[in-house]
Design a protein around this ligand. Structure first.
Ligand SMILES: [Fe+2]
Ligand SMILES: [Fe+2]
Length: 169
């Protein structure tokens, strides 16, 4: 699917407004796979998911973008609290969807995409749309790469990453 300049600019504008948003910045405080944080992880997923989305016809790319940025917008550190750890995998997509609705008033489609991103851990919550499958796949793809890279390597690369992640296209 080929985007017009206007569509591209609109997606870029949305992406950047989230990238610099104060509420979204809080995700930097939430640690993620081996030295990464929720902010870096989410924007990596967003870039990847939009890239994947453009390979298909008739995908709501804006919904993919919003859901990707907000899919882990749960804002707590499950490593610090054992009670949160227990059901984190199953629960956090629902918490993130609720926060996304509360803070950014995202529509039903975006919330549904967020809720199914942890399939098959949430076995009953199957990603039933193209948009949801794209996010679920892109999230796993990024998570595996993060898990494989060392903490030291990540710290070195963080500045470069931030530069790379500051733009969608
Ligand atoms: Fe997640
Ligand atoms: Fe994620």
């Amino acid at each position: 699917m080929k985007l017009t300049e206007e569509e591209k600019n609109r997606l870029e504008e949305i992406y950047q407004s989230f990238f610099h948003n104060e509420l979204i910045q809080r995700m930097k405080e939430v640690p993620m796979h081996r030295g990464s944080n929720c902010f870096l992880h989410s924007f990596k997923v967003a870039k990847k998911a939009v890239k994947h989305a453009l390979h298909y016809k008739s995908v709501d790319v804006e919904a993919v973008l919003l859901a990707s940025i907000l899919h882990d917008y749960y804002l707590y550190d499950w490593r610090k609290d054992r009670t949160l750890l227990k059901h984190h995998g199953q629960r956090h997509p629902f918490i993130a969807a609720e926060h996304a609705k509360r803070d950014f008033d995202v529509n039903e489609l975006v919330q549904t995409i967020i809720k199914s991103h942890m399939w098959p851990i949430n076995f009953k919550c199957f990603p039933s749309t193209k948009e949801a499958m794209i996010l679920s796949y892109s999230d796993k793809d990024v998570a595996v790469l993060e898990a494989l890279s060392s903490k030291k390597h990540k710290a070195k690369k963080e500045k470069k990453y931030l530069e790379y992640l500051s733009k969608l296209f």
